[in-house]
Design a protein around this ligand. Structure first.
Ligand code: XMP
Length: 496
């Protein structure tokens, strides 16, 4: 029997098609098909999409959009001057976006004036304050409506205007969200404070958040109903301090991301991370060989990022001649991991059809960079560029955004201190990435939804009822699916 690894050696996505199988799917509705997959050993996504930790791809806006669609974003660490705080801020923005239970609601004392209450509401943008006494027992609830028509300059206190404890509907924690919703419906209330056994404040549930949760059933959420988000760190310098602050802000998974993850630097970084943060969920990469995969597994990582050089903004292979074609890398790393540690197929996805390849050849999830570039949720300015239309020779203004490899000269210089950047020998920085302009587009959400629709169609062509089932069937007999293409077949398939 031919070995799959021998069959795919030296090959990447555009070298293959899959043979259609007997289809058993009658409805191709992405909402009805299981597309779930493991991001890492303890985190599962309902949709197998991850946005890349690149400074022109994932900041809070992208991370929110992709988590709401069922995937996850990894916030990059490439902020100007290498500061930690801006990255932490992006994580906080994602974690504050949606709640099930607000664990630390804003509070105020009953003796405070309504003016102070109005000031807190203005500063924080919240319309509800839980009134607590000096032992954090709930004394009442104050909403912005209670402050209407009140003389904010007078001596009116919070206690004068709040709904007092005895008129409040409350619930004892822990409450599951369905029970909370039923209680809120019965009593027609919009806010439900949660109390612990001593009457102390344990959280707040709001109708607005519950409605949002229902509208986005596939969203990737933590145990408190907040969106999940990952954050990248390096393997040198301030990386442990950075990890501590990111975790403190609520990051759900840390990704140690360096260009060559099968290295002595990585070994030291993982050991130090485990020593300081115990069994915190940790993904590491990148690797592209069986040896590299085993090396990371032996150090106890929970997920592995696979891909050396396939990225759209990447010049590693051009500049160093090292790298592994991405399909070979996925098959090889999959065989080494044996399913014990999930793999992220990172880089080289240029068309939606390559997603299903990445997920069948070995990836549990796919990491996307350039295919998301230019969408509204990517960071960076939109600039108008003059473009000549060949047919009419007319010049029109077209909006563009920048996409760049994280090892491009521009990205490296941006990460340096301004002073360092001035003194750095720019040639000596050894860039392994490039910067390009891409047309600015609309929201990333239709782009992600199209990917999912195409993935569902692929499940149907693959003769399965779900992504996990298609992965199992493929693993049992891959050569039933895989067709290696001649040059003419590649042209027939992909030249459009
Ligand atoms: P795509 O193809 O989706 O790939 O754009 C995204 C991945 O590319 C990697 N990446 C780089 N690789 N030099 C590299 O060798 C770079 O400058 C660079 N920047 C990003 C990274 O793994 C990302 O997730």
């Amino acid at each position: 029997m031919i070995d799959l690894l021998d069959f795919v050696r030296g090959c990447t996505f555009d070298d293959f098609l899959f043979a259609p199988q007997f289809s058993v799917l009658e409805r191709r509705d992405p909402a009805a098909i299981d597309l779930s997959s493991r991001l890492s050993q303890h985190l599962t996504l309902k949709r197998p999409l991850v946005s890349a930790n690149m400074d022109t791809v994932t900041r809070a806006e992208m991370a929110i959009a992709i988590a709401e669609e069922g995937g996850i974003g990894i916030i990059d660490r490439g902020f100007r001057s290498g500061d930690i705080e801006p990255q932490v801020r992006e994580v906080l923005k994602v974690k504050r976006r949606q709640h099930g239970v607000i664990v630390n609601p804003y509070t105020i004392g009953p003796a405070a004036t309504v003016r102070e209450a109005a000031e807190i509401m203005r500063r924080t943008g919240v319309g509800t304050l839980v009134v607590v006494d000096d032992r954090t027992r709930v004394a009442g609830l104050l909403t912005s409506r209670d402050l209407q028509f009140v003389d904010a300059n007078g001596a009116t206190t919070v206690a004068d205007r709040m709904t007092p404890r005895e008129r409040l509907i409350t619930s004892r924690e822990p409450t599951d969200l369905a029970a909370a919703e039923a209680l809120m419906r019965t009593h027609k209330i919009k806010k439900l404070p949660l109390l612990n056994a001593d009457g102390g404040l344990a959280g707040l549930i709001t109708a607005k958040d519950l409605i949002k949760q229902r509208r986005l059933p596939f969203a990737t959420r933590d145990g408190h109903g907040r969106l999940r988000v990952g954050a990248a760190i390096g393997a040198k310098g301030d990386y442990l301090e950075r990890a501590a602050e990111l975790l403190n802000a609520g990051a759900d998974v840390i990704v140690i991301d360096i260009a060559h993850g099968h290295s002595v630097v990585m070994a030291r970084a993982i050991d130090a991370f485990r020593k300081q943060f115990g069994d915190t969920e940790l993904i590491a990469g990148n690797v592209a060989t069986a040896d590299g995969t085993r090396f990371l597994m032996e150090r106890g990582v929970n997920g592995i990022k696979v891909g050396i050089g396939p990225g759209g903004g990447c010049t590693t292979r051009l500049n160093t001649n090292y790298g592994v074609p991405q399909v070979q890398a996925l098959v090889e790393c999959r065989a080494a991991a044996g399913g014990a540690v999930p793999l992220i197929a990172d880089g080289g996805i240029k068309r939606d059809g390559a997603i299903v390849q990445a997920l069948l050849f070995g990836g549990d999830t796919v990491m996307l960079g350039s295919v998301l570039a230019g969408t509204a949720e990517t960071p960076g300015e939109t600039v108008q560029k003059a473009v000549v239309i060949p047919e009419s020779s007319k010049t029109v203004k077209v909006p563009f955004k920048v996409f760049r490899g994280m090892a491009s000269l521009q990205a490296i210089v941006d990460r340096l201190d301004v002073e360092d950047a001035e003194s750095a020998d720019v040639e000596a920085l050894g860039a392994e990435g490039m910067e390009i302009s891409v047309p600015a587009r609309g929201s990333v959400r239709p782009v992600l939804r199209d990917m999912l629709k195409h993935l569902v169609s692929a499940v149907s062509y693959g003769g399965a009822r779900s992504l996990p089932e298609m992965q199992q069937q493929f693993a049992a007999d891959p050569l039933r699916y895989v067709i290696r293409l001649t040059e003419a077949a590649k042209r027939e398939s992909f030249d459009r």
